[in-house]
Design a protein around this ligand. Sequence first.
Ligand code: FES
Length: 268
Amino acid sequence: MTTTPEGVSLGMPQLPAPAYPDDVRARLEADAREVVARYPDSRSALLPLLHLVQSEEGHVTRTGMRFCADVLGLTTAEVTAVATFYSMYRRGPSGDYQVGVCTNTLCAVLGGDAIFETLQEHLGVANGGTTEDGKVTLEHIECNAACDFAPVVMVNWEFFDNQTPASAKRLVDDLRAGVQVEPTRGAPLCTFKDTARILAGFPDTRDGAVEASGSSGPASLTGLRLAKGENPARVVHPRGGSAMNAPPQDTAASDPSHPAGPVTEEGE
Ligand code: FES
């Protein structure tokens, strides 16, 4: 039988997915009841339930999809259609830390492409690949609405702003070495499984995690003021002249001595 690297059958039908062990299923069913109770229509709970099963095994397995289908009264085909549509659900085993490099237009021209190429070479993996130690999965990601902090790297969906090839190499080295790294904004970093459980809607009980929050960057706020017709200040890139020609900035906003803020406004 032919299967893709993600385990999706391309030919003969597969046997039904194995069920979770009884103790795991009982625990997940209790969690699932809590999630489903938040929605007037149970099938609306599918997205958080996929995060829940992802938190169990680190990716959405056939067993996880069968569980979601059983709980919600859906077919496995319906669950598979959703799980394979959204890029936040992994379909194969991956690392503790998902390092996503934004290679959309703005990040790309400001260094995102160079960061991605550097990390592929440094880690010895291609897009979607995981390091041999199982720590880091590298992938390119689409715009994460943090363009004023470009180029942006995300680890388990936490922001690492204003990155460079050098700072990104330090970041993945620290992750692999077990050194605690702090995102530029937002809650402290946790493993992919723990992140998935939070995304399923369960409380983040770590000290200070809920209170931690990011703030809008100067460029975002300027855009807001322009949209409101207020203070049409001109945005000037501090690297001087065209951002296209600007050399990469060898700073990491995750370093507190180099706070984020890639733009200033003229005339304020
Ligand atoms: S283009 Fe990278 S965050 Fe928007």
